[in-house]
Design a protein around this ligand. Sequence first.
Ligand code: ATP
Ligand code: MG
Length: 572
Amino acid sequence: MNIPEADLKDDPASISAVPPGSNFIRNIVEEDNRTGKWKGRVETRFPPEPNGYLHIGHAKSICLNFGLAHDYNGICHLRFDDTNPEKEEQEYVDSIIDSVRWLGFDWGKHLHYASDYFDELFEFAEYLINRGKAYVDSLTVEEIRSLRGTLTEAGTNSPYRERTIAENLDLFRRMKAGEFADGAHVLRVKIDMTSPNINLRDPVIYRIRRVHHHRTGDKWCIYPMYDYTHCISDALEKITHSLCTLEFEDHRPLYDWILDQLKDVVPCHPQQIEFARLNLAYAVMSKRKLIELVEGDFVSGWDDPRMNTLAGLRRRGYTPESIRLFAERIGVSKADSWIDMGVLEDCLREDLNERAPRRIAVLEPLKVVIDNYPENGEEECLAPNHPQKPEWGKRSIALSKTIYIERGDFMETPSKGYFRLSPGAEVRLRYAYIVKCMNVVKNASEEIVEIHCTYDPGTKSGTEGAEKRKVKGNIHWLSAKYAEKAEVRLYDRLFDHAHPDAGGRDYKTYLNPNSKKIITAYVEPSLNQVQPEDRFQFERHGYFVADREDTEKGKPVFNRAVTMRDSWVKNA
Ligand code: ATP
Ligand code: MG
């Protein structure tokens, strides 16, 4: 087969082939570049918490952050926000690194961990204490919560709020030294218990937790909170534009307050900008729920091809290009919205339509005998590897007397508008001849087991005059003698409801019982030699990938990535 290498490879550079659409964040960056706010510097970061695998929502953020840096000659960091050791694991770090790289992005030397800053974060906390901006509180978590007030009522000062600087310093150091039990004290910043923004009511910035950390081990028994850690990590890395999802909008005043207090000791004050998260219909997006699906054995693992994790999408057959195209297409805005799964699937169809060689697979075989074909006759039929790319050449498919067609391409009593095979009707066998159905053979239980046809020798595709006789149906087939068996996994959407978790519903009750079906299909013999992750269009069926885990030499396993058309759109 003669397919240019470049057409088959994942091409990270092609991100620049898609002209970036304008959006409000780009407008901010361009304005900053115009005014010289950051002296032309654009430095972003993607800051996952390593408490699960990345999902398609993260891909939106990754493409935005890395894409922005790429387009403005900047840098994007990959930073693990690892301040919550209970839920974090090295396995998640590894999978995140793998997924971001697979998507085609590169952080160069800018791989960071918030835990790398634990020493600085501790020093800055002492700095805040020394300036009367932080205090050790000895209330319990419940007491702190009950004094916090509500959206309509102001909070109340803790009785420990006015401890002296010396006492606070002493207690904080002893917290670090492990002198107190978990939960005995916390460190809070001193802002305003009456602020209308609850995030500013003296938030906790350190708590005591004797938990092993996946990187710092048992060095620390106090851990900084996310809001405190995040802005300082951004500042230490001299991030210019700190992009996050809308739920952090109310945290921005805290982000700014902390950096304002530390302006003499941290080198920069990044701008936090919020954008709307991706909500994808027919999916659940939170890591907590994805973990439940994995741990409850509702799926085969994080990379189950039905999961909308990047590992799952990859195994399903998605390409990095298709996901980057999706991110580009959905755009970035401040307005929350729902994106249909069909948009994601269309991006894959578009990408693979260009790049996937065509092959034939008969998924549900029905035996056909061509009665007037010579008993041991055999001939080559030529099929293009790609209908729009003659330079990809043709492959040869052998025709013989007995072939398989799809069961669905025959109907004993055809419904109106059915143009495929039925008794007395004619169809073209793709790349071969016109055949006519002569009779049907059934078994004792009245099931059709075989059909008999005759062929018209003057109609071979590609020969002179072949196209003179027109028939409406054009079906695929494989020679029974040469077809090879292969396992094919027919995947469909994991949920059969567009909003499985809306309104606090138990999304697990909307699992689609038909989301996975394993069959043995017949495929072209050359498909025996595929490599894991080779992708094909199985003509008329959709796009399939050789499973990256289970494909062995001479024994391929194919996953259906996406059907040719969206069958979920209800046509009126
Ligand atoms: P989840 O709720 O799924 O666990 P998260 O926001 O807690 O997601 P993080 O690891 O903290 O996950 O996210 C890393 C980055 O990805 C953050 O900047 C976050 O805003 C962004 N992100 C997470 N989910 C989405 C989404 N659905 N759409 C866009 N960006 C997202
Ligand atoms: Mg989070």
